[in-house]
Design a protein around this ligand. Structure first.
Ligand code: NDP
Length: 448
């Protein structure tokens, strides 16, 4: 077995047997377990407490039917999910994803990762995740609204501001959060901070929309600083062109870098002069169009079909911000051959285990998603705080707190890496720092 620790191998074998065929979930567990070997060796109390066996098993996994009427009056059926993975350090917290690829494996991998990510933020949030195999592409506004209402008509039973607070993820932005919030309030009569990512007119936080992308760049900036380096003059490639990618592009550019490529699931654009973000925003945030429309506005740029080709482009910094497993070993080797120095993950689990190993052995400084993209959920935590105290902070206040949180996540991951693994191994550092806090809380609460 590949983990090379008798105890972890045994637990992992049980996880495999119990979750057969759930490849994304098993990949996420294996990645964490591989980095927990030094913890298991140094902390027999953790092994004896059974915390590791518990942490891989969700506290609750909810699956439900979502029936909604399309614009032709025809009944459509989707599958809805919510995993309430771990509540040791706070109410469950994690996004909702609407994408045809959503299934129990994807939801469980995302929920499992969320436990450690939320722990790293230093805020009191447990791990959860949810979503549906509903595909928002090509649906009218009215269809998206009816779907969201049907979805919430079931989900409302399981969530609440002190129990479980969902947010956005792929396919869920301000429009969807608005429809979901409206339905929750309609059914329960309760106006509360039950969702984050809300509009600014009804309890949302300034900077929440920008938070994951900005936070990713703040985290990358800490990595750069540790090497006496900076964003200034760097060439950056960003995959995706959704919420995370757009604001990663904005902040990288503000910090002095040139972003030359972005993508969607159909293909990628290359603009040697630097991506004009206002054009991307008009296409993606404005009319929900396709990235290839960029070349209509910027004819000097090029568009290439197929999203993976983006990793052939020479860059100093790569920020994968689209989806899971979008960089495999071959993509990693292309980036390394082209001289990439920093890879920092905006998406969840965008690099396969083999790709991560390739980066680490080539000396590429690698920022793992759990730490690097935690700015979104951290700012969701700040939205919850503002809802609780019924006050709104200014954009500057929220942005400053976000930057401070990203620095402390970097410091904690880096410290744990030095203590338990090798100095630059932030994958191990983030997993271990995130895990230890949750493990201590579980043991203190009688997790036997
Ligand atoms: P969006 O829906 O706003 O954008 C997703 C982007 O990724 C789109 O450009 C989309 O292209 C592309 N994409 C999605 N699926 C695939 C696929 N299978 N292959 C290739 N490209 C794909 O989502 P977000 O920007 O919110 O999320 C992006 C990533 O960041 C996800 O991994 C998410 O879990 C993670 N994340 C998001 C947070 C947030 O606050 N929103 C917080 C932390 C992590 P297309 O339009 O063609 O589908």
């Amino acid at each position: 077995m590949e983990i090379n620790n008798a105890y972890l191998d045994e637990v992992y074998a049980r996880v495999c047997a119990r979750n057969a065929g759930e490849k994304e979930f098993l990949q996420a567990v294996k990645e964490v377990f591989t980095t927990l070997i030094p913890v298991v060796e140094k902390r027999p109390d953790i092994v004896e407490s059974g915390v590791i066996e518990q942490i891989v098993e969700p506290e609750r996994f909810i699956q439900f039917r979502v029936a909604w009427l399309d614009d032709n009056g025809k009944m459509q059926i989707n599958r809805g999910f919510r995993v309430q993975y771990n509540s040791a350090i706070g109410p469950y917290k994690g996004g909702l994803r609407l994408h045809p690829s959503v299934c129990s494996s994807v939801i469980k991998f995302l929920g499992f990762e969320q436990i450690f990510k939320n722990s790293l933020t230093g805020l009191p949030m447990g791990g959860g995740k949810g979503g549906s195999d509903f595909d928002p592409k090509g649906k009218s506004d009215a269809e998206v609204m009816r779907f969201c209402q049907a979805f919430m008509t079931e989900l409302f039973k399981y969530i609440g501001p002190n129990e479980d607070v969902p947010a956005g993820d792929i396919g869920v932005g301000a429009r969807e959060i608005g429809y979901l919030f409206g339905q929750y309030k309609r059914i329960t009569g309760d106006f509360s901070g039950v969702l984050t990512g809300k509009g600014l007119t009804y309890g949302g936080s300034l900077v929440r929309k920008q938070a994951t992308g900005y936070g990713l760049c703040y985290f990358t900036n800490n990595m750069l600083k540790a090497k006496n380096d900076s964003f200034k003059g760097k060439t950056v490639v960003i995959s995706g062109s959704g919420n995370v990618a757009i604001y990663a592009c904005e902040k990288s550019t503000q910090l002095g870098a040139k972003v030359v490529a972005m993508s969607d699931s159909n293909g990628y654009i290359y603009d040697a002069d630097g991506i004009k973000l206002d054009v991307v925003k008009a296409i993606k945030e404005g009319r929900r169009g396709r990235i290839k429309e960029y070349i209509d506005a910027v004819p000097t740029a090029t568009y290439t079909d197929g999203c993976r080709g983006i990793w052939n482009i020479k860059c100093d910094i790569a920020l994968p911000c689209a989806t899971q497993n979008e960089i495999d070993e071959a993509d990693a080797k292309k980036l390394i051959a082209n001289g990439v120095k920093y890879v920092c993950e905006g998406a969840n689990m965008p690099s396969t285990i083999e790709a991560i190993n390739a980066f680490l052995s080539a000396g590429v400084y690698f920022g793992p998603a759990k730490a690097a993209n935690a700015g979104g959920v951290a700012t969701s935590g700040l939205e919850m705080s503002q809802n609780s105290i019924r006050l709104s902070w200014t954009a500057e206040e929220v942005d400053q707190k976000l930057e401070g949180i990203m620095k402390s996540i970097y410091d904690n991951a880096s410290k744990a890496a030095k203590e338990y693994a090798t100095e630059d191994n932030l994958v191990a550092g983030a997993n271990i720092a995130g895990f230890l806090k949750v493990a201590e809380a579980m043991m203190a609460q009688g997790a036997l």
